[in-house]
Design a protein around this ligand. Structure first.
Ligand SMILES: NC(=O)c1ccc[n+]([C@@H]2O[C@H](COP(=O)([O-])OP(=O)(O)OC[C@H]3O[C@@H](n4cnc5c(N)ncnc54)[C@H](OP(=O)(O)O)[C@@H]3O)[C@@H](O)[C@H]2O)c1
Length: 275
């Protein structure tokens, strides 16, 4: 098959590579994208084209892997370019967003949610799919690295699963980072670490890991936390946890291009407004 990928980010490039290993040609639109995306696409063996119309003309399927708050626009751009094949949205969006994309795209829509780091080693990363066409998209993949499975035939179940999963992982990371900033602001960091060392030892390493793991990606997590908050609120559950998590990550937005930002640097960003 010829499959379009929008766009080869850290995760997207590895999904594209899995499709290439499965025997497909994977097209992506290079104009306007960064040098980092260009390099990842090259490493993954993807084929650059000059614009969406060219991609849409050739591809039988398109898979969207982009910042969650760009998911609607990407779908709109692909449809407006005349695409009539299978459209997979694999982004971290609320079920309501997935359902509105399904309504816009129609029967050719397949919902997706990715769990795990960029897929470089077998057993680390799973692409969950749902919707009437999910099983057919699962069959696009025929290689051992990326795990691909169907949740069910409803058009937003894969997104719902992703929201539940990330609500815990990214939500607790934001909470730990906010606590470390609060302890610093109150002058009790050493006392908190001593107490954690006695009673909650893993929180020391988890909070340090949360800083290293999220600093460069926090800008993208803002939209994802808002999608999670909307997911809770749509079921009449409190969305405030994840609205606050969005605020935490918003304060870290500047760290996108800071290499190796650690907990100390994250705390500076979180407390900046308090100065
Ligand atoms: N990375 C992970 O560990 C991970 C894990 C699970 C799920 N995911 C999901 O995968 C999706 C993308 O993640 P990623 O790691 O590939 O992100 P990423 O590394 O930040 O890459 C995003 C890609 O989208 C492009 N992009 C940026 N702004 C865009 C816009 N407004 N419209 C269209 N494309 C845009 C970027 O191009 P430029 O380089 O030109 O900016 C880049 O190629 C998200 O929905 C995320 O939730 C990622």
């Amino acid at each position: 098959m010829i499959i379009g990928l929008v766009n080869p980010g850290a995760m997207g490039a590895t999904i594209g590579a899995a499709l290439v290993r499965s025997g497909h040609q994977v097209l992506w639109v290079s104009p306007g994208r960064s040098a980092a995306t260009m390099a990842r696409a090259g490493e993954a063996g993807l084929t650059a084209v000059d614009g969406l119309p060219e991609l849409v003309e050739a591809a039988e399927g398109v898979i969207s892997v982009c910042p969650p708050d760009a998911a609607r626009q990407v779908a709109e751009d692909v449809l407006e370019s005349g695409f009539e094949g299978t459209y997979v949205d694999a982004n971290a969006v609320a079920p309501a967003t997935a359902r509105s994309l399904a309504a816009r795209v129609g029967d050719r829509y397949v919902d997706g949610g990715i769990i795990g780091p960029p897929a470089r080693r077998a057993g680390t990363t799973r692409l969950y799919l749902s919707g009437a066409g999910a099983a057919a998209v699962r069959d696009w993949f025929d290689e051992p690295v990326l795990g691909v499975s169907v949740v069910d035939v409803r058009p937003a179940s894969a997104s719902a699963l992703k929201m539940c999963y990330a609500a815990y992982t990214k939500g607790t990371s934001a909470l730990l980072l906010a606590i470390r900033a609060l302890a610093e602001a109150e002058g009790v960091s050493d006392a908190l670490l001593s107490e954690w060392d006695l009673s909650q030892r893993d929180l020391i390493t988890r909070s340090e890991g949360a800083a290293r793991g999220s600093a460069a990606k926090a800008w993208r997590f803002v939209g994802e936390m808002e999608e999670i908050a909307a997911t809770f609120e749509a079921q009449d559950l409190p969305g405030g946890f994840h609205r606050a998590a969005a605020d935490v990550y918003e304060r870290m937005r500047q760290l996108k291009d800071v290499p190796d930002a650690d907990l100390d640097r994250v705390i500076v960003e979180l407390l900046r407004d308090a100065d």
